[in-house]
Design a protein around this ligand. Structure first.
Ligand SMILES: C[S@@+](CC[C@H](N)C(=O)[O-])C[C@H]1O[C@@H](n2cnc3c(N)ncnc32)[C@H](O)[C@@H]1O
Length: 324
């Protein structure tokens, strides 16, 4: 049985959100059948991380979501008979609960929710050093998460990683949504189609009609929240400079991964992500608007030579860093 955080009083909507993201990664939710983009993107992350993991390693998965990266890592290590202690960390209760459901039966997994209530009644992120207490990690992985962290917070996060690694430890990450001057012209960023959907729906007639029922302040707040779901991409330089300042070496590699139109639709219709079309009503109204806009977005990505009729090509960056 796993240790640490357990969900309490989840709403039906939260359960459905976690289930939907899990099903965006695994056909019918079957962990033996990852969808191609998830399988192909995470495979290389594991390949990069593997030489740094030995029997008994303490491994942290920072931003584990519904467990997609952890499931694939554990599958690979189980096959090789390598036993580790895995600490899973995430701030999003709906997705993290699904990870707990999927991996909660394992003795080698520990769960830590990364947000806590602060004295002003809001929430703040817990620091990794505090989460780990006296312990230091041998490996920190972070899959498909760094691009969701505001650029101005990357420096501090990387310092937390530096302060949480044991001597000789490594930080290994991947992301399909980081800008770089080495991205091939024939590839797009992971979230390009969904940012395009957001833009196509920004002034959509039906959405505007629903927005007009809110006050000006409410609209501003609402729209700012929606813009944060697929934030504008920042440059790899932001990450590399922060890592250098924190004393890390950098070894960067890349991969282009096909993301099928079908998988893209399943992904963006996950309730938490489909919020980009709010306040269109959840259900058919919202989903149909997204499907129409996604069709248009994927067609223009294909027309730009960054995809085909069946898929777009997402550009993934992999980082492997050690303290020097
Ligand atoms: C796309 S999911 C990746 C999940 C998992 N690693 C995988 O590969 O399937 C990104 C995760 O990052 C988490 N996240 C978003 N913003 C974050 C932040 N500012 N700090 C830490 N984690 C964050 C989200 O809750 C989400 O579960």
């Amino acid at each position: 049985m796993a240790t640490g955080w357990e969900p309490e009083r989840l709403s039906d909507a939260e359960v459905a959100d976690g289930e939907a993201y899990h099903r965006a990664l695994y056909h019918n939710g079957d962990t033996n059948r990852p969808v191609n983009w998830h399988k192909n993107s995470v495979e290389k992350l594991i390949e990069v991380a593997r030489p740094h993991i030995v029997d008994g390693s303490l491994v942290v998965d920072y931003g584990c979501g519904t467990g997609g990266s952890a499931i694939e890592l554990l599958k690979s290590l189980d096959k090789q008979g390598v036993k580790i202690e895995l600490v899973l960390i995430d701030p999003l209760v709906s997705w993290f609960s699904k990870a707990r459901e999927l991996l909660g039966g394992r003795d080698d997994v520990h769960f830590e929710l990364s947000i806590e209530s602060d004295s002003s009644g809001g929430t703040s992120f817990r620091r990794l050093e505090d989460i780990l207490g006296e312990r230091k990690a041998d490996v920190i992985i972070s899959s498909s998460t760094l691009h969701l962290i505001p650029a101005k917070k990357i420096g501090d996060l990387v310092c937390q990683f530096a302060g949480s690694l044991d001597e000789g430890g490594a930080f290994i990450w991947d992301s399909g949504d980081i800008e770089s001057d080495f991205r091939p012209d024939y590839s797009a960023l992971l979230h390009d189609p969904y940012r395009a959907v957001r833009e196509l729906l920004r002034d959509d007639e039906e959405r505007s009609a629903r927005l007009s029922k809110m006050s000006g302040d409410e609209i501003d707040k609402h729209e700012r929240r929606l813009d944060r779901i697929f934030p504008p991409p920042f440059s790899i330089e932001v990450i590399l400079e922060a890592l250098k300042d924190a004393g890390f070496s950098s070894d960067i590699s890349e991969e282009v991964v096909d993301f099928s139109n079908e998988d893209a639709e399943r992904f963006v219709l996950v309730p938490r992500l489909a919020e980009i079309a709010a306040p269109l009503l959840q259900g058919e109204e919202r989903d149909n608007a997204i499907k129409r806009a996604l069709n248009t977005a994927l067609k223009s990505i294909a027309d730009e030579g960054k995809g085909s009729e069946e898929a777009y090509r997402s550009h993934w960056i992999y980082g492997c860093h050690k303290l020097i």
